[in-house]
Design a protein around this ligand. Structure first.
Ligand code: CA
Length: 267
């Protein structure tokens, strides 16, 4: 019965393609926690919102803890090791930008950021704070839960990959899919789980133009025309971290890993 509710839930939230939905649903349901409750840390200073989110997530089978300011978020994350963080941007003291930055520097964790304004998202991504997804208030709890499941599923899928792709070397850039680590020349570059998936997806077909829609479906696991801005935003953060020339924009079509970079498959 729960299965049917969740299926309807996902259907309404995303206009995901049917084959994709069939592929992700069982795992998404598993991620909801039959034998394991994923730990979600909610960071929100408005008590009624924090409480509402926590109550809904607990009802959906997550283990939830909530804190109400940025420093408490960092302390709790270090102690509790959450599998995902729902993080409000506007917090007293240490704001959401800084909390996200410090969380990612310490130990990358999927972060779903809550913003007050729609136009704030581009600004946030421009700052390169490393969130994996963004939602504008007010949002539906149903959509929040669906997006959390998609993010958790992606991380789980990446961890459980049986056959890791070989290392990819793109001029000074080395991508190790097995450990999900990236180096630019000798320096390791810390990418968020989403940034890594996007880079890995582009690097698998260097020089090939991938549409925003196909990147959205492949990396985020859903197809939604309005979501293509999320792709643009994450391309921006990749460029910021790895160099402006790495990803080429093909106007009106999509993105390609720049062919000027000679690509070799490592052994
Ligand atoms: Ca707030």
């Amino acid at each position: 019965m729960t299965v049917e509710v969740e299926r309807a839930d996902l259907h309404r939230t995303f206009t995901a393609s049917a084959p994709h939905l069939r592929r992700i649903l069982p795992a998404a349901l598993y991620a909801a926690g039959v034998s394991h409750k994923p730990r979600v840390l909610v960071v929100e200073d408005e008590p009624t919102i924090a409480e509402a989110i926590a109550a809904r997530l607990e009802a959906e089978g997550f283990a939830v803890d909530q804190v109400h300011d940025g420093l408490a978020a960092l302390e709790r994350a270090a102690a509790w090791n959450p599998e995902l963080v729902v993080l409000d941007v506007m917090l007293p003291g240490l704001d959401g930008h800084e909390v996200c930055r410090r969380l990612q520097a310490d130990r990358p964790v999927p972060v779903l950021m809550l913003t007050a304004r729609d136009d704030e998202i581009d600004l946030l991504v421009g700052l390169g704070i490393g969130a994996d997804d963004y939602m504008t208030k007010p949002f539906s709890m149903r959509e929040l839960v669906a997006r959390i499941r998609v993010l958790l599923r992606r991380v789980e899928r990446a961890r459980s990959a049986v056959t890791p792709a070989p290392d990819v070397n793109v001029n000074g850039l080395r991508i190790d899919d097995a450990s999900r680590r990236v180096w630019s020349d000798a320096d390791e570059v810390h990418l968020t789980p989403t940034e890594f998936d996007l880079l890995s997806c582009l690097a698998a077909r260097p020089g090939t133009v991938l549409t925003r829609q196909s990147l959205l479906a492949e990396v985020w696991g859903w197809s939604d025309a309005s979501g293509t801005r999320t792709v643009d935003s994450h391309v921006k953060s990749l460029r910021r971290k790895l160099g402006a020339d790495l990803v080429r924009t093909v106007r009106g079509v999509g993105y390609a890993l720049e062919v000027g970079y000679a690509l070799e498959q490592g052994s």
